[in-house]
Every structure is written in C-alpha cells, then in structure tokens.
Ligand binder design. Structure first.
Ligand code: PGA
Length: 251
C-alpha cells in the first residue's frame, strides 16, 4: 500500500499567535484519526514554535515551504536544508508554482534544492503542473513530464524512492477551479508512468503523488478516490482547522 499524505501549505498567511492556535486545534482533533500522514507547512519562522505545540512524536509532521539551493554562507535571507534539518523539520516543498512564477525558480535550481534536501534527510514534496495556456494547447502532459525529468531524473533509484510528488495545475491553485477527477487521475497516471519508465514499476508504485489546486472539504473525497491520487497538497483550505480536518478525513 502506498502512503497517503495530506499536507497543508499555509503560504504567507497568519501571525504567530494565529499559527499556534491553528496548530493546537489540529493537534486536538488529530487524536482520533491517523490513517493518513499529516504535514503542516507554515512560514519557516513558525516551524520551531509549532513543533513545540505539537510535542515530540506528534501525529502531525512539519514541512518548510522552500529551502535554499546553497549549502551555507553569505546568502542573506535564505534558509538552508541543513538548518531545517537541525530544527527537526521533516518535509520541504520544492518547486511550488508560486516559487517558479514569482521567484523565477528554474529546473536546475530545483534539482539542487532536491539534492540538498535529501542530503539533509528532508522529504521533498516536489511540485509540478501546467499553466492554463499550456493545457489549452494540449501540451500539459509533455510539460509536466519535462518538469519531473529536469529536476528529479538525475537522482539514483534509492533517492527517488523517498520523494513525494505533488501535481498542481496552476489554473486550479487558489482559483476555486478544481481539476476534474478524470483530469487529475490522467495526469497522476502520466507522472507515475514516467517514473516507471525511468526507475521501474516497483519504485513508481510506491511513490505518493498528491493532487493540489482548490481541494476543499466538498471535493476532496472524489479526488482522493482516484487510484493514482494519494492525498493532497492543500492551500487555502488548510488555514481553517475544521476544513483541513474534513479533507484529512476524506482520504
Ligand atoms: P489552493 O493551493 O488549495 O489554495 O488552491 C494549493 C497549493 O498552492 O498548494
């Protein structure tokens, strides 16, 4: 059985007090539901205080939203994979479309981030997905295959086995427009087949591939019922404990 994961990407939202309150609410509600791995990705500044709220051996793991492509040194404002590891962080989102779009992150940079994350025992949640015009030109499958290839295919099989991929069509992020179950399933199958072509079916069958893009309590169950959808990367709906819990319980 593949691992099921629901990760909340809080993006640049909430004050420290609000973030702590949300974490306490989630941690309370989590006690009774544990068949899925749950990750919260707050702004990096809040990772440590949030871990304190969660306590040791918590059901909920923490993830960063980004890490530096550099190991250490004079890179003002950056946070390295080593720092995240030293702070007890378990996951890191790499290549989110907002990082690609607004911070001009290129495939080669993302490959370096993936390498550093793995060296520091962080689990990368590697994001891929097409813009609307690409889908309209029917080039989405080729684009996503190339995103995966350019940032992940330099890895040996043991390394790729620890990675989580999130397919997030850019036109569905924060827009309230979700991919249909058929669109999600088709793309997840394309990604899994591409992984299988390079690393073999066994590796591909074990890889969790999450769907992201306007997942809400009322559409989560349908999306998660697709055979190749192994959970979700949730933005807006992860900012409210009740909605995020409903999505977790839909897995
Ligand atoms: P959304 O964001 O759920 O608000 O669409 C998803 C994401 O960006 O990871």
């Amino acid at each position: 059985m593949r691992e099921k994961i629901v990760a909340g990407n809080w993006k640049m939202n909430k004050t420290l007090d609000e973030a702590v309150a949300l974490t306490s609410d989630l941690s309370e509600s989590m006690k009774s539901s544990a068949k899925v791995k749950v990750v919260v990705c707050p702004p990096s500044l809040y990772l440590k205080p949030i871990q304190d709220v969660l306590g040791e051996n918590a059901e909920i793991k923490t993830g960063a939203q980004n890490c530096s492509e550099y190991e250490v040194g004079a890179y003002t404002g950056e946070i390295s994979a080593a720092m995240l590891q030293s702070a007890g962080v378990s996951y890191v989102i790499i290549g989110h479309s907002e990082r690609r779009q607004y911070f001009n992150e290129q495939p080669g940079t993302l490959a370096k981030k993936v390498d550093l994350a793995l060296q520091h025992e962080l689990i990368p949640i590697f994001c891929c997905g097409e813009m609307l015009d690409i889908r309209e030109r029917n080039e989405h499958e080729a684009l996503v295959r190339s995103q995966v290839e350019k940032s992940l295919f330099h890895l040996p099989a043991e390394a790729i086995s620890t990675i989580v991929i999130a397919y997030e069509p850019v036109w569905a992020i924060g827009t309230g427009k979700t991919a249909t179950t058929q669109q999600a399933q088709d793309m997840h199958a394309v990604i899994r087949k591409h992984i299988a072509g390079k690393y073999g079916q066994e590796v591909a069958d074990r890889m969790p591939i999450l769907y992201g893009g306007s997942v809400k309590p009322d559409n989560a169950k349908e999306l998660f019922s697709c055979p190749d959808v192994d959970g979700g990367l949730i933005g807006g709906a992860s900012l409210k404990a009740q909605d995020f819990m409903a999505i977790i319980n839909a897995v």
